[in-house]
Design a protein around this ligand. Structure first.
Ligand code: PBG
Length: 340
């Protein structure tokens, strides 16, 4: 068949509506773009370690290092210069300070509190989000504490600890706290306790739909919890098979007072991001977790994908799914790129 006959056929089947007409000219592609990624969307997770001037590369996360509090101040300044608006802080607690109940989480001079105070003292204008969960502090690597029978994580005993941890993080000067533990009722319990102690204006970002995922491996290396983790987290994190349940989780966290809700991981859970944003219309964040970061880096290192394009595409996909904010280890690099 010749091209002219084909043209007639195509015009007939499309009725002359050709999608490619809009894609042929770059300015028109730009004009027709439905979603854009901006610097305001980015939250940069960083890891902390003890010491001064200490930078420890995380083997499973190329380009990512644990930073001592003084270097965390430098990272915060870098974020400010680049226009990254917020950091999420995670500690690698020295193993001798880890115990059954994660008591170091309640120490107002622990790594996270020290870093928060140091960044604030340096006058850096960047939002500091601190994590409420016990896994970087427990000897068993779980986000909560075990009950007396030692078989499973005890919800209410865990919440009792998390309330105190949230209080400690609030007093250190956090700008937002982010419970990532998935215990029932912890958002409401923490909210009530913050309100009672004058922290009514401190917002809570709930890790509302957090799945028991295989994509957290490198993070557990980074916070030193992978060697210690006893069993798995399936009695509190969600089953990857469930979607409707995510809406239920988000509904409960919102009713308990969450200001922002998160879906985690990111790339394999875009349907959940879309469901949550569509169902509730509240500020919704997504976490491009360590395993997603590692996959992109590993494939790129092998020359299997175009690293920079794959990163941008992954972040734009979060926007398309409905995310308002994205926690990503690529944040500083992408901010630099977006500023150009
Ligand atoms: C635990 C926590 C995890 C991550 C953030 N907070 C890991 C886990 O649930 O085991 C993972 C983040 C990442 O993989 O980048 N409180």
């Amino acid at each position: 068949m010749d091209k002219h006959t084909a043209r007639g056929l195509v015009n007939e089947v499309t009725g002359g509506r050709r999608m490619r007409r809009r894609r042929l000219q770059p300015w028109l592609r730009d004009l027709a773009r439905e979603n854009v990624l901006t610097i305001n969307d980015l939250i940069w997770p960083i890891f902390l370690t003890e010491g001064v001037g200490t930078r420890e590369p995380v083997a499973s996360m190329p380009g990512v290092s644990r930073l001592s509090p003084d270097l965390a101040v430098d990272a915060a300044k870098r974020a400010e210069d680049l226009g990254v608006r917020a950091l999420a802080l995670f500690p690698n607690t020295p193993s001798e300070l880890r115990d059954e109940t994660g008591s170091e989480a309640l120490n107002s001079n622990n790594l996270v509190c020290t870093a928060v105070r140091a960044i604030k003292a340096a006058g850096v204008d960047v939002g500091l989000i601190t994590d409420v969960a016990l896994d970087p502090y427990t000897s068993h690597g779980h986000d909560g504490v075990f009950g007396s029978n030692d078989q499973q994580i005890d919800n209410d005993a865990s919440v009792a600890q998390l309330i105190l941890q949230a209080q400690t993080l609030a007093e250190a000067g956090s700008d937002m706290i982010a419970p990532s533990d998935m215990m029932d009722g912890r958002i409401g319990a923490i909210r009530a306790s913050l309100d009672e102690t004058g922290h009514t204006d401190l917002p809570i970002m709930a890790y509302a739909a957090k799945y028991a995922s295989a994509f957290y491996g490198p993070f557990r290396d980074a916070v030193g919890a992978s060697g210690t983790l006893k069993g798995d987290k399936r009695t509190y994190q969600m089953d990857p098979a469930n979607g409707q349940e995510a809406e239920h989780e988000v509904e409960l966290d919102l009713a308990e007072g969450a200001d922002v809700v998160m879906v985690k991981p990111g790339m394999p859970y875009l349907d959940i991001v879309h469901r949550v944003k569509s169902a509730f219309g509240v500020p919704t964040t997504v976490y491009q977790v360590s395993g997603e970061f590692a996959m992109i880096e590993a494939a790129a290192a092998n020359g299997w994908i175009d690293r920079d394009k794959a990163i941008m595409e992954s972040l734009l996909a979060f926007k398309r799914a409905g995310a308002d904010g994205i926690l990503t280890y690529f944040a500083p690099e992408i901010a630099a790129k977006l500023a150009k």
